[in-house]
Ligand binder design. Structure first.
Ligand code: ZN
Length: 499
């Protein structure tokens, strides 16, 4: 190890420590912290994030990165860590400290303003804050932009390297041209699917029991992970030996079942990072999109298939004899795959999900690149829902105010949800050709282990050493190709609906 690299590492360890503390506070805020803790704790988080900023923008830190970049003796992993450090520095260094602090402050307020506006269904109350957040993000993007780079491309790049508007326009065009008419065909088919048995008296402790059972069944390791309850399910991790997932319970049993399998998919990705990489800048899932590909792979491709439920369904019936005792496996699998165009993204079915994302992508582009007036958002939103999904929100709570992302300044994040589904379908198409995918699922845990091992070996173990695009190419031998996703959906749902 060279001297400069060693010195760089001490800075990175400090940065990592601050980052870990912030993650832990955020986890605590969402799960166990008492109601009134928020504003008091966020002062501490502010201070820690300031320290993090100071480490990353320290002159010495910059000097060590420069020295390391010239060092030819670094290993591949070390060079990747230097590259990531350089990118992190570039991202922060171009923003004046004062503005960075102001924005962090604004964000902690803006999510509260958003939550209140949503509760009161009052979009106007959120407009001034949203305008400010958007202005900051545009300004920050302009600081970061390379010569001639469009602002929205800068934002997109933060979440998914190599996927700019040119690639995404093509991707979403494929969805729009093929999935919108297919959805209409499904809805006009006259086929009705009964899923009423999924709603009812499902006691929370029973849901928790089956949730933990399923998480473990798909491969979430409870020696390295925990599961808690939060308003919205999410996954976070301190390192590969401490991965945390949450879920929420209501009277729709499928909500918690599939959110647990989804978050387990995120968790399994993080648990699959090797010890050599964890707690370094490359020791995490490579991108938001690849992360979603893993969670949605477990949730939908595995978790909503008949082959998956064949060995497990008796267990579910055993836990809920009164609710599911008379429901056959076939009825259950049809029920969990029912397509219902709806207004809320997080409750959308697999088939319509990416259309919710398409809408957000088009609107973000308008906001960032075409200066769409923020006041017009509710109407633009409602029109697009009507056009693509055939439903229209009756208020802003089930419309434009439903997602937290914009209040946090996360513009450019949404596309990764749809990209993840498409990555997953491309991987699945490849895997099906090379292994007896359904047969493996039917054999239960041992079979899932084979599938999980494939994902670990080809995706998880690389952390950030490869980009999502590289991974796709290395695994499937092909660049990203959205057609696999559309084909997968059309084939699956033609079967479910018998058309
Ligand atoms: Zn997810």
């Amino acid at each position: 190890m060279s001297k400069a690299y060693e010195q760089l590492t001490t800075y990175l360890e400090r940065a990592q420590a601050f980052q870990t503390a912030m993650v832990l506070f955020e986890w605590d805020n969402e799960t166990l912290a008492p109601k009134e803790a928020g504003p008091y704790t966020s002062r501490m988080i502010g201070a820690i994030s300031g320290e993090y900023y100071r480490v990353i923008t320290d002159k010495e830190f910059k000097r060590f990165i420069e020295a390391c970049k010239k060092d030819k003796s670094l290993s591949e992993t070390e060079a990747a860590i230097v590259r990531e450090a350089g990118e992190e520095l570039e991202k922060l260094d171009c923003i004046p400290a004062e503005e960075y602090r102001e924005f962090a402050q604004l964000c902690s307020e803006s999510t509260r303003v958003w939550a209140k506006a949503r509760k009161e269904k009052d979009f106007d109350a959120f407009v001034p804050t949203l305008k400010k957040v958007l202005d900051y993000q545009k300004r920050f993007a302009s600081y970061r932009a390379k010569e001639g780079q469009k602002l929205y491309n800068v934002m997109l790049d933060t979440y998914e390297k190599g996927f700019d508007m040119e690639t995404l326009d093509k991707f979403f065009a494929v969805l729009k041209e093929q999935l919108v008419p297919f959805l209409k065909k499904l809805m006009d088919s006259g086929v009705s699917i009964d899923d009423s048995f999924l709603t009812g008296d499902y006691p929370e402790e029973k849901q928790e029991e089956i949730g933990k059972y399923l998480a473990e069944y798909v491969g979430f390791d409870f020696n390295k992970g925990v599961m808690a309850v939060s308003a919205h399910p999410f996954t976070t991790n301190l390192h590969n030996h401490d991965v945390r997932i949450t879920t929420a319970y209501n009277n729709h049993v499928d909500d918690s079942i599939f959110s647990v399998i989804h978050e387990s998919g995120h968790g399994i990705y993080e648990m699959g990072i090797p010890d050599e990489l964890t707690q370094t800048l490359v020791g995490q899932g490579t991108s938001m999109g690849m992360h979603e590909s893993q969670s949605r792979f477990f949730e939908n491709i595995i978790g909503r298939s008949q082959a998956f439920w064949k060995p497990v369904y008796p267990k579910l019936q055993e836990v809920f004899p009164g609710q599911l005792g008379d429901v056959s496996l076939e009825q259950f699998v049809k029920g969990i795959n029912k397509v219902t165009p709806s207004l809320i993204r997080t409750q959308a079915d697999e088939m319509t999900y990416s259309l919710h994302v398409l809408i957000r992508y088009e609107i973000e582009k308008m906001l960032v690149e075409e200066d769409l007036d923020v006041e017009k958002l509710p109407e633009v939103w409602a029109d697009k829902y009507e056009e693509y999904l055939g439903v229209r929100p009756k208020d802003v709570a089930e419309g434009v105010l439903q997602d937290i992302h914009w209040s946090q300044g996360s513009f450019g994040y949404f596309p990764s949800y749809a990209l993840g589904s498409a990555f997953g379908a491309q991987l699945y198409t490849y895997m099906k050709k090379h292994m007896d995918f359904e047969g493996l699922l039917e054999t239960g845990k041992a079979g899932i282990r084979v599938i999980r091992e494939f994902l670990r070996e080809n995706i998880h173990q690389y952390g950030k050493l490869k980009t999502s695009r590289q991974i796709l190419k290395d695994v499937t031998g092909e660049d990203f190709n959205p057609q696999y996703y559309v084909d997968y959906l059309v084939e699956k749902y033609s079967n479910v609906y018998g058309i």
